[in-house]
Write a protein that binds this ligand. Structure first.
Ligand SMILES: *Cc1c(COP(=O)(O)O)cnc(C)c1O
Length: 391
């Protein structure tokens, strides 16, 4: 293959039209439109049977007893932690989306930031163990869809006698050692917001095998009102509407095929960019399946020749969108600047400095991802000149 001149050095951009980071995939829009019309005509816009149908479908695919649909993942995490009485310290990785930590604060707790494993980028089991005795709960994110060390974290939570909640925002369809994500820990919470792999417009799903917890979340999404307006606790208005549930159901159709395609796209990228020094990837254990909600590149500036941020700027000139998922890490964000930072998180800091997420979505083509990989290779080959041009 010939190495093109990067656009920042005057070459033609890799894409004539901007390549977005993500695009939601909805395969049967006419079918969905008919369903939405039925819902609108029924007069039942919330608390109806479409939400129950979505909950049942997810319970079946995740092999879990209870599913409670909510307005979004963040409110699902808030209600779960509130119901578990997790006020006090809650262990959470700093390398995650900020909502993982925000939910703890809204539930009356305080995040106790922990390290991630540098290979899987998920919560480091040993570091979580060192914080667990002083915590009321552990939360862990299946980052980019790669399952956490579920067994190790379960053992840590059990020995500390505290609940374990997975932020499974990215992981609807992920598998851990042959079992679907959704039935692990005390509860798992999914997101169906537009950047995820299964989308409802906006939406979240709490999955659990604990009937009492499921009941508390059902009340909690409805103000804490058991039906007689004698509210049992200050709940939220966090129901999923029937319309969103219909979009979510439509998006569940074909989810497994989309995940296979995303995994194939990732393989194509890695093959095409093989041999580029200083570029590595998040690892998914060989017995696990990731949704690859994101493909994240880990860039070592020394051997790649550019830092992740500059690679992102050079890709922008190629009309290729990218994000720093997750930079800055949550413990370094303004929202948490007031917390005593008594612990250093060197692995998190290093990983966060090095990550860059290029586009990946379910109806992306192999030709598109090859062109992204070729652009990364070309930018690397011309790294010194690119660095000078970026200033
Ligand atoms: C998207 C996301 C959330 C928030 O999901 P919403 O449904 O938008 O509330 C929480 N955690 C992680 C890791 C996410 O990526």
């Amino acid at each position: 293959m010939t190495i093109a001149l990067p656009a920042v050095l005057g070459g033609a951009p890799a894409f004539a039209e901007p390549l977005p980071l993500v695009r939601p995939t909805i395969s049967d829009i006419p079918g969905l439109a008919r369903r939405l019309e039925q819902i609108l005509g029924s007069g039942m816009l919330t608390n109806g049977r479409v939400v129950r149908e979505l909950e049942d479908a997810v319970a079946q695919r995740c092999d879990v007893e209870h599913v409670v649909a909510v307005a979004n993942c963040t409110s699902g995490l808030m209600l779960t932690l509130l119901a578990l009485g997790a006020a006090g310290r809650v262990v959470v990785p700093s390398f995650t989306f900020a909502a993982s930590a925000h939910a703890i604060v809204w539930a009356g707790g305080e995040p106790s930031f922990a390290e991630v494993d540098r290979m899987t980028l998920t919560l480091d089991t040993g570091d979580a163990a060192s914080l667990a005795d002083e915590a009321n709960a552990i939360t862990a994110t299946h980052v980019h869809g790669a399952p956490c060390d579920v067994d190790g974290l379960t053992a840590v939570a059990e020995s500390a006698g505290i609940p374990l909640v997975f932020d499974a925002a990215h992981a609807l369809g992920s598998m851990r050692a042959g079992r679907p994500v959704g039935g692990f820990g005390t509860a798992e919470v999914f997101s169906m917001s537009p950047t995820k792999v299964a989308v409802a417009g906006e939406g979240g799903l709490v999955t659990t095998n604990n009937a009492e917890l499921a009941h508390a979340i059902r009340l909690g999404r409805d103000y804490g009102n058991p039906g007689n307006y004698d509210c049992q606790f200050p709940g939220l208005s966090a129901r999923m509407s029937e319309l969103h549930a219909a979009v979510g159901l439509a998006s569940l159709a074909g989810l497994d095929e989309r995940i296979v395609h995303r995994n194939d796209l990732v393989t194509t990228f890695k093959d095409r960019a093989a041999g580029v020094p200083g570029m590595t990837y998040q690892q998914v254990r060989k017995e696990d399946v990731s949704t690859f909600k994101d493909l994240t590149l880990i860039i070592d500036p020394e051997s790649f020749g550019l830092c992740a941020n500059d690679l992102g700027r050079a890709l922008a000139a190629e009309q290729i969108d990218s994000r720093r998922y997750y930079y800055p890490p949550v413990h370094r964000q303004q929202a948490y600047a007031h917390l005593p930072q008594h612990r250093k998180l060197p692995v998190t800091d290093e990983i966060a400095d090095r990550v860059l997420t290029p586009p990946l979505y379910s109806h992306m083509t192999h030709a598109q991802i090859r062109a992204v990989a070729d652009a990364v290779v070309a930018i690397h080959k011309h790294a010194p000149a690119v660095r000078d041009a970026l200033g």
